[in-house]
Design a protein. Structure first.
Lengths: 272, 303
């Protein structure tokens, strides 16, 4: 246990720059969004923006479009912006494939030549991914509240804490889900690029599947396969309570990924 | 208890047998050279000992503990130098040594580390630098320090002098003598036959995954054909009727160049009636035997 904690601390130290930079950027993005949202609100721009959306688009996008075209919607946008989701998932994939990287470089040889059980390698990675994901989401939430205090126009209603927390928790679980998938792939891989690339491609494919299924009915039949189906920020913004089923599914995928990683890593040959 | 015991070990990659029914015991306090051409199965065997690879059949024991079933105990008192040091380049030498020392059972022994640094001429200033600034030789020295720093009972070294300059090789040989004198056991793979000749007590030669030679250095050297030059006081015709094991390389009227495998007695008896002026016998070279095993597929020779 002591050796595993040591390895965890070492791994955290190695990724600290990446994690701190990403976390600060995500938090800063919340501040920027709120600043911009405040400026638009003050100038009455939201009404003008809503007016220029054509009726067919309004019908296609549903009531969520009017919600997003508001100060509260802009505040929440940081939790479902594609770049933000992409950054979080990329970070989770990077962390989930740390064992593959250590195998590839040969560092794993030196670690496992010591009296350290293989399962600690995966436990370390699970802890690292979970901690970093939590920290990222917490920084985003902190950024949101800091931004609201600094830049929200006077008298405007702030999004409820419950909504921000729901978005953050759901996004965090989605991120962790991809961390689990990447870990399972990475636990059986010799090359981090292969593991990361495969996980990334899978994420992109399932993202597109979910996106297409929202516009094209036939794809709806298999859309349940996409983890992104279990993150519906627009529903949350329009007032739907956070569906715990979504969290269970995403958490289940993450847990299955972690379990697969334990099994695969315990059985594999370590060769580079 | 043998520090290393390998029993009927087989490792296959698809249809290729990387290690085939290998049996080997390393005695306490000895330095055993593990030889073989590239791809012969040396590194595979070492990786099985460290439980990095899982064998298809057979078993291996380190310090009396099964490498697979009781791997943590098996690896609790060993030092390992891999063929290539896979270390992240953003770490300093100190960070690498501290981390690896703490991951072993024994923790950091600054005094021992200091001794090793001195012997391998690796100053503190170099340890404070990041590995991206290290040369190949410096990385090798760092690898040696991490393997030796916990003063383990058993050292497993994969081509330890690869990348070291001659002076550092000399320091390494002295280090080996020192650890041997303190009763430690060393299992090292090497391609440098002069090094094996100098530091090893025994050699184990593996070919296509099978052990084909296991012997002391002295006994192995005896397997080599010794170059013999016979000089005559007057002209002698040809070299007929020489005993088995004697090969004629070339003949001149007043000298023969021969090679002799085994004892010289039969040759001396065969030329006793000739006008021999002098006989020059060169020392057999270990590398002649090893290269013969590498090249010709010489027959298995195990105790």
């Amino acid at each position: 246990m002591r050796r595993a904690a040591l390895l965890f601390a070492y791994s955290l130290k190695r990724v600290r720059t990446l994690v701190i930079t990403t976390g600060l950027l995500l938090a800063a993005l919340q501040l920027v969004l709120i600043f911009v949202g405040g400026a638009i609100q003050t100038s009455g721009g939201f009404d003008q923006l809503s007016a220029i959306i054509p009726p067919f688009a309004r019908e296609l996008l549903g009531p969520s479009v009017t919600v997003v075209m508001s100060f509260g919607g802009i505040v929440c946008m940081g939790y479902f912006e594609v770049a933000v989701m992409g950054a979080l998932i990329a970070l989770a994939v990077t962390l989930g494939t740390v064992p593959a990287s250590e195998v590839e470089t040969g560092f794993m040889d030196l670690i496992l030549a010591r009296p350290l059980a293989r399962h600690w390698i995966i436990t370390r990675t699970v802890a690292l991914t979970t901690l970093v994901t939590t920290a990222m989401v917490a920084l985003m939430v902190a950024g949101t509240w800091t931004g609201l205090r600094l830049f929200a126009p006077a008298g405007i209603a702030w999004p409820e804490a419950r909504l921000i927390n729901s978005l953050a928790v759901n996004l965090g679980m989605l991120t962790l889900c991809w961390g689990g998938v990447a870990m399972a792939i990475g636990a059986g891989s010799r090359r981090r690029s292969v593991a990361g690339g495969t996980a990334g491609l899978l994420a992109l494919t399932t993202f597109l599947l979910d996106y297409v299924a929202r516009l094209w009915q036939p794809a709806e039949k298999i859309a349940w396969l996409s983890p992104f189906r279990y993150y519906n920020p627009f529903d949350l913004i329009t007032g739907t309570a956070l569906p715990y089923k979504n969290l269970v599914v995403l958490g289940g995928i993450a847990a299955a990924g972690f379990a697969a990683a334990y099994v695969l890593f315990a059985r594999r040959d370590i060769s580079h | 208890m043998a520090p290393i015991s390998i029993r009927n070990l087989t490792k296959r990659y698809g249809s290729v047998r990387a290690v085939n029914n290998l049996n080997l015991e390393v005695a306490p306090g000895e330095i055993l050279g593990f030889l073989g051409l590239n791809g012969a199965g040396k590194t595979t065997t070492i990786r099985i000992l460290l439980d990095l690879l899982r064998p298809n059949s057979g078993s291996a024991f380190l310090l009396g503990h099964d490498c697979q079933a009781d791997g943590l105990q098996a690896r609790s008192n060993i030092g390992y130098l891999p063929g290539e040091m896979g270390i992240y380049s953003d770490l300093t030498g100190h960070e690498v040594l501290d981390l690896l020392a703490k991951l072993s059972n024994k923790g950091v022994d600054k005094v021992r580390r200091g001794e090793l640094q001195e012997r391998l001429e690796f100053p503190e200033s170099d340890l404070r630098r990041r590995l991206r600034e290290y040369s190949t030789g410096m990385k090798r020295k760092l690898g040696l320090i991490q393997a030796f720093q916990s003063d383990p009972l058993l050292l497993i070294l994969d081509e330890p002098t690869e990348g070291l300059d001659p002076l550092m090789q000399e320091s390494f040989y002295k280090l080996l003598v020192d650890v041997k004198q303190r009763g430690r056991t060393v299992f090292m793979s090497s391609h440098v036959l002069s090094e094996v000749d100098r530091v090893c007590d025994r050699i184990a030669l593996i070919r296509k995954g099978e052990l084909v030679l296991l012997s002391t250095i002295e006994e192995t050297r005896k397997l080599a054909a010794r170059p013999v030059r016979v000089l005559f006081a007057e002209d002698v015709p040809g070299a007929p009727g020489l005993p088995a094991g004697t090969e004629v390389i070339e003949t001149f009227p007043r000298s023969w160049n021969l090679t002799v495998e085994g004892p010289l007695g039969p040759l001396l008896r065969a030329i006793a009636t000739l006008p021999v002026r002098d006989i020059e016998i060169a020392e057999a070279k270990l590398e002649d035997v090893i290269l013969k095993y590498y090249r010709d597929g010489a027959p298995e020779r195990k105790p």
